[in-house]
Design a protein around this ligand. Structure first.
Ligand code: AMP
Length: 121
């Protein structure tokens, strides 16, 4: 179930501020409050979707196209296509998803290392 009081829903309603970098009909992008790289931007759909699972199962073609085009556009506008960037979406408990509104992280601005840290024993 979607929690309408999650922090990104509140950002979308303008109840709490964000450092906005991009907005379209279907997506909003803003700087992460606790950046893990020199560039760390979050891209979220404007619709109420808990995760990528929910989104890809129930969103319209226009929402899906608009959202993924926004991810690429935000990276281009941030100037990170060269030398490169990483996108990441956490879905559910094992991925440690903290905010239950779909978001794609864009990381850039340093060598980001290999894909995944070794899991703790
Ligand atoms: P995840 O673990 O994928 O759910 O990531 C949630 C991300 O949201 C974290 O990187 C947080 O630093 C970020 N975050 C939480 N609250 C805010 C906020 N008010 N504005 C911007 N980013 C936030």
């Amino acid at each position: 179930m979607y929690d309408p009081n999650n922090v990104f829903a509140r950002i979308l309603r303008g109840e709490i501020p964000c450092k906005k970098v991009y907005e379209s009909d279907t997506a909003l992008a803003f700087h992460d409050i606790n950046p893990q790289a020199p560039t760390h931007i979050l891209v979220i759909p404007k619709g109420a979707y808990v995760s990528l699972d929910d989104f890809t199962a129930t969103a319209s073609e226009a929402e899906i196209a608009g959202f993924f085009r926004a991810v690429g556009e935000v990276a281009r506008q941030a100037g990170v296509v060269e030398p490169g960037y990483r996108i990441l979406a956490n879905i559910g408990r094992d991925a440690h998803q903290e905010v239950p509104h779909l978001h794609v992280h864009i990381f850039a601005g340093r060598d980001l290392g290999r894909m995944l840290a070794k899991a703790p024993e």
